[in-house]
Write a protein that binds this ligand. Structure first.
Ligand code: HEM
Length: 548
């Protein structure tokens, strides 16, 4: 007969075995559950989405699990951009978006491709569909998750990366910092920065005997745009803030480098690994935040000690006024935190710096290639300014210059394409769009569609804008250099003002032509820009010298 001790031991073993069975069953269930979640995310759901699109007659590229079509796209871009173009042609879609032509030819204009793992993406070129995505049904679409992930890592949580109510709140505040009265107040800073740049060129001029000299305008316009951003955003602290800007340029190169992008896409959590690149990125971010913290601390102290009546009229001052530091009544509206202010400064510099610099660069290229338009623009500027300083009213009078800038933005828009993701099931123009489907809008191609723009779509013809955008193309949603709808560019008036100030001051003083060293090679590592720079020969105009 078993002793009490033996009975207890047998009971203990039975209990333990029972627990082992329960634990094993739960572990198996848990593993199955995790596997199902992963399969749902990377296989079942994307395949369901594609089947839904195929059932509506849309063809799709076959699914590659690792990275989707991304590796193929990178390979084609590398091949297309490995050499300069033999002629200065504006037919740059095969170079910038090399997949588009072949995929449209084999699958149709609206087709599905894979913009990364589990990212089925519908190509959208129909202007009415663009209108639905960006305006009419914009609440059904968010910024695509990969783009958001890269931007979040790069510039943090701000207007570019937030959605819904939080975005509405930030957008309202930022809109108010760009209202027309505030912009008029920034005109002086734009003139000062451009004047500084031109005086720097004049020093080069003095070294030359025939009063013509060569300038790498790409570099110069990056510096100009940074100087204008620093003055209009940070007023007195503009020298300090330029350091912040230089760090952001360095950061952009690191974060946007193809190898970093590939690792970020392929390995979840890659950013927290202590790789040399990641450590470098973190160091730069710390330095940038330190600079902004210091600028804000000084600004707040000065406001408290009464040296400034408020926080100032520059962009930072406007954001601080709307932050928890501002002591005005907000009628229940939430205020920005100081951290929000810092992140919005990152966003504005990121979105506004190279986009505007490149608008100027491409304009100089196109006016060099079309001297008759350069002459027409100069004539207009000289007539309106007549040697007097530029003001808001004169800017509004520049009709030819406006048409030229519109045409430059059509042929060389800073943002070549946009991606959104459907966050709920919806319909656009009769198509059923399932939640999770991405939509890709190739702005560069839409701006060249002969159906919309006519047979001369690849030519530089500013006069097509003489009657405004609505007369220039069949459907005004075929012209979206600043995007459109709710999330249209918040800085577009600022950018156009900056471009007009700089160009009008340059046109009055110099004529220009492309240097024979120029090699045509547009690329999109960041904004659409000339990969091999843009050397330009400037000739001093004697007429302006006399007026000086
Ligand atoms: C020629 C110059 C510029 C061009 C072509 C341009 C183009 C664009 C485009 C296409 C978008 C939409 C991006 C998207 O939805 O993914 C955008 C958004 C934005 N831009 Fe610009 N931009 C320019 C200058 C500026 C400037 C100077 C600033 C500010 C100083 C600025 C600030 C912004 C911001 C904050 C957004 C995000 C708006 C939102 O999501 O609500 N941009 N821009």
């Amino acid at each position: 007969m078993a002793s009490t001790h033996d009975q207890l031991e047998a009971g203990g073993w039975a209990g333990a075995a029972w627990w082992v069975i329960v634990f094993t069953a739960l572990t198996v269930l848990f593993i199955k559950y995790v596997i199902c979640i992963i399969l749902e995310a990377i296989w079942w759901k994307p395949m369901r989405i594609v089947r839904k699109m195929q059932s509506q007659g849309i063809k799709a590229r076959p699914y590659q699990l690792l990275g989707g079509d991304f590796p193929e796209m990178m390979k084609l871009v590398k091949a297309a951009q490995s050499e300069t173009m033999t002629t200065i042609s504006h037919d740059i879609v095969p170079r910038i978006l090399p997949c588009l032509g072949p995929w449209c030819a084999s699958l149709g204009t609206s087709h599905v491709f894979w913009q990364g793992t589990a990212a089925p993406t519908l190509t959208v070129m129909d202007p009415e569909m663009v209108k639905d995505i960006m305006s009419t049904k914009s609440s059904c679409f968010h910024r695509a998750s990969l783009e958001k992930k890269v931007l979040l890592e790069f510039i943090g949580k701000n207007i570019l990366t937030i959605e819904d109510d939080e975005w509405t709140h930030h957008r309202r505040i930022i809109n108010s910092t760009f209202n027309i009265e505030k912009l008029k107040g920034m005109l002086g800073a734009m003139v000062t920065s451009t004047d500084k740049m031109i005086k720097r060129w004049a020093t080069v001029d003095q070294l030359q005997e025939d009063s013509c000299f060569e300038v790498e305008v790409c570099e110069e316009f990056y510096k100009l745009a940074m100087d204008i951003f620093s003055r209009t955003s940070f007023g007195n602290a503009h020298k300090q803030s330029k350091k912040f800007g230089r760090f952001q340029v360095e950061l952009k190169k690191l974060v946007m480098s193809p190898s970093h992008l590939v690792w970020t896409i392929v390995i979840p959590g890659y950013r927290i690994l202590p790789t040399p690149n990641n450590r470098h990125i973190n160091r730069i971010k710390r330095n940038m935040n330190r600079i902004l913290d210091e600028i804000i601390r000084v600004r707040l102290q000065r406001a408290e000690s009464g040296k400034l009546r408020d926080y100032g009229n520059d962009l930072l001052g406007c954001l601080l006024y709307e932050s928890e530091a501002g002591d005005h009544e907000t009628k229940g509206r939430k205020k920005l935190s100081i951290n929000d202010v810092i992140h919005e400064c990152h966003a504005l510099l990121f979105a506004g710096h190279d986009s505007t610099a490149n608008l100027l660069t491409w304009t100089i290229m196109l006016l060099s290639l079309h001297p008759q338009w350069q002459e027409r623009a100069r004539k207009e500027v000289l007539e309106i300014c007549n040697g007097k300083p530029i003001d808001d009213e004169k800017l509004r009078g520049f009709k030819i210059l406006t048409m030229i800038l519109q045409e430059v933005l059509r042929l060389y828009p800073a943002v070549a394409d946009l991606t959104r993701v459907a966050v709920k099931n919806t319909t656009i123009q009769g198509w059923s769009i399932p939640e999770g489907l991405q939509v890709w809008v190739p702005i560069l191609q839409i701006h060249r569609d002969p159906e919309q723009w006519g047979a001369d779509a690849l030519e530089f013809r500013p006069d097509r804008f003489a009657g405004g955008v609505s007369k220039a193309c069949k459907n005004s949603h075929s012209y979206i250099p600043f995007s459109c709808g709710q999330r249209t560019c918040v800085g577009q008036t600022f950018a156009m003002m900056e471009a007009k100030v700089a160009l009008s001051m340059i046109l009055q003083r110099f004529s220009f032509q492309l240097s024979s060293k120029y090699k045509h090679g547009p690329t999109t590592k960041g904004a659409l820009h000339p990969e091999f720079g843009m050397p330009v020969i400037f000739h001093k105009l004697t007429s302006f010298e006399n007026k000086d």
